[in-house]
Structure formats: structure tokens, C-alpha cells
Design a protein around this ligand. Sequence first.
Ligand code: ATP
Ligand code: MG
Length: 429
Amino acid sequence: MSKSLQAIRGMNDILPEQTPVWRYFEGTVSRLLDNYGYKQIRMPIVEFTELFKRSIGEVTDIVEKEMYTFEDRNGDSLTLRPEGTAACVRAVLEHGITGGGQVQKLWYIGPMFRHERPQKGRYRQFHQIGLEVFNLDGPDIDAELIVLTWRLWGELGIRDAVKLELNSLGTSESRGRYREALVEYLSAHHDKLDEDSQRRLKTNPLRVLDTKNADTQAVLVDAPKMADYLDDESRAHFEGLKARLDAVGIPYVLNPKLVRGLDYYSKTVFEWVTDKLGAQGTVCAGGRYDGLVEQMGGKPTPGVGFAMGIERLVLLLETLEQIPEEISRQVDVYLCAFGEEAELAGLALAELVRDQLPNLRLQVNAGAGSFKSQFKKADKSGALYALILGDDEMAQQVVGFKPLRGQGEQQSIAWDALAAHLATCVVQG
Ligand code: ATP
Ligand code: MG
């Protein structure tokens, strides 16, 4: 017998009982992004491998060990996207929509793929909502990105559970000078560094800063600080950002060790972190990447963006019990019909009601069944009201209208008055 069929480790089904929370989350975010003037873009899930190597950088965890890369039937090397920024930059360049300094405020949503060790909050297929803004170089837009996430946390009721960490990496020139100073310092303490950090010292020294190794962390205490190497322009940019966050009243913590995993960041970097989810605490992360578009073959184009992890935010909503009750109810009205004639009349009546109340969530019983079994299904559906069509109702051309959640007796409503009656008692979303 063949092994039973299973999903790939780290790639999850999102079951019907979970999708209402996802849709609530996604709906809240997309409405907010519409309101702030962001436009959605949709990119393919698969791209040429070269795209990610060029944009993310060869010596990053993602490119070194996390990509799902394969050869297609033409012999091309393709990769399931591990993140969205690279494809978004490719798309705007390919279609010329950032040319001549055109501002683009874009967002995307979808699955990303990384071959990591699966654990709570860390999966091999996971989902992000990401934003990318092109051709705005001031701190005002960096601030807007943070302000809108702050509003989102507020709407979702999770503001108290997340903390903003902030840093500036400077321009590539000032970061280069800092990198030299850091390499010099760390090289003098080479023997005290863990193996991974010794390797990173050669390949991507800034990443030593976010080591989890205690011995290396001890060495880092006296290491040179990026803040002392910031050029005037980056310093002013960072001050501009902080002033705006202060103006709105958004608290933040400066974290000089925040460097982010990807090579392409410059100036602003930030993360929203929570201590409610264990080790996988970053729910949203991003920063400025002024050099990236040029690095990918475009004209110099400032860019800034972030991505949030939907699984982690859904987990946080569940952990904090911040899921509005009404989102789990998916049926307003359940129609029960007894006998073939009643079924036909019920179907036609349901369509008439739907014509008049397009937002009503009306479920028609399928599979016939006894009075008792249809009522059980009506109740289980979560509906507020049952509609009943039996022999008596058919004879009088009415429908029985029965509240299922307490209050009120069953009444008879004439068929042609049904939609108007429902409109008065069901709040339609
Ligand atoms: P981490 O430090 O947790 O590995 P990262 O720096 O690799 O995160 P980004 O590439 O910045 O993450 O992605 C942005 C967000 O996407 C993260 O803050 C997180 O919420 C989410 N995310 C990243 N990797 C995963 C994953 N494997 N599973 C679930 N969510 C993830
Ligand atoms: Mg990671």
C-alpha cells in the first residue's frame, strides 16, 4: 500500500474554521491600505533564481540555504519566491512604472517559501502582506509606513502587545566605513567569536551584530556603534523620522543591533516585535533600500518597504483573543423546506430574496431531511433565523419565520413581504 498522502512539512492547510480570521485580518489590512492610497500589485510566485541572488545578496541565509530552487523543463533555474521585494522591483522595472521619478505606493499579498526548520510561527510556506514605495526619499514616507502599521495594530486590538524597534544603517558609504571599523575590532577578538560569526565576519560582517551566541554578544558590547559612523544626511533623515513618530505619539526603542537579514537595506530599518509568541517574535519588518533598484539594473530610485507575517499576526490575534465574535458567524438565515413542492418554492423564494438583499447570507437546506434534522442543521449553521416551508405554509403562501437565538415567537410572513422583513431584522455586512 502506498504511504498516505500528506502535505509537505512546514506547508499548512488553512482549514474552514481558520479562514474567517484570515479573511478578517486581510480585509482589515486591505481596507486600511486603500484608505492610505496604496495600490495592489500581483506578481508571479516563481521567478528566475538569478533575480533573488542579485537582489537579496549571495551571502544571506535566504540565498545560501533557504530557497526552493529547481530546474524547469527548459533547463532554466527557477525559485519559489522567498520574499516579495525582489519580484516587485523586477515588475516595476519591467513595466517602466517608476521611470521619470513616478511615485508608486504598492502592496502585495501572498505565499512565500523558505526552507527553514518548521516550528511555531515559522513555516516553509508562509504568507506576507508587503508594501513598497518608490521614488520618495524623505523620512515622511518612512514615517507613514510605520504610522499605518500602528493604526492597524490599533484596529486589531494588539497595540499593547507589539513594540517598535528602530535603527539607521546609513548610506552605503557610511555603512562601508562602519563595516571596516567593525571588521577591524572583531578581527582583534576573532578567537572569542562563535564559528558562525567567524564565517560571517568574512562574508557579511554586519550580520554578526544579530548573533544569538552569548560569547559573541559579550565581545560586541565594546564594538564600534553604527550611530557614530552615520553621515550627516542619514542622521538628519533618521531625526526626521523620529520627530514624526513623536508627533503621532508612537513609542519606539532604538536598537543599534538591528541590521536585518537582507543585504539591500540603507538608512531606516525597523521591526515590530512581540513577546507573546515565543522565539518567533517579529511580526513586521522593513526598511529603506535606496540602492536596490539600481543594483537590479534600473536608474537610481529610492525605495522603502516592509512585510508582515500573516501567520504570526493571526496567532497573535488568537493568543490575545482579539477576534471579533461576529466574524465566526457565516450564516444569517437558514431555509428549511419539507417535501418536493416546498423545496421548489423555497429555491425560487430564496433567489427572489437574494435579488433584493445581495449581502444577506442565506443558506438553503440541501439534502432534504426530517423536520428534526433540518432544524438541527439550521441551528448548527449559526444562523439567527430559520425560514420554514411545510404543507401549511405552502397552502397559505407564507413562510414560517423562527428566531433561533432566543427572543421572539415564530411568525408567518407572506412570500412577497419576506425580503422587506429580513431587511429589518438582519444587519447586513
Ligand atoms: P525572522 O528573523 O523571524 O527569520 P526575517 O527577518 O527572515 O524574519 P523578513 O524576511 O523580514 O523576515 O520577513 C518579514 C516577516 O515575515 C517577518 O517579520 C515574519 O513575520 C514573517 N516571516 C519570515 N519568515 C517566516 C517564516 N518562515 N514563517 C512565518 N513567517 C515568516
Ligand atoms: Mg528569517
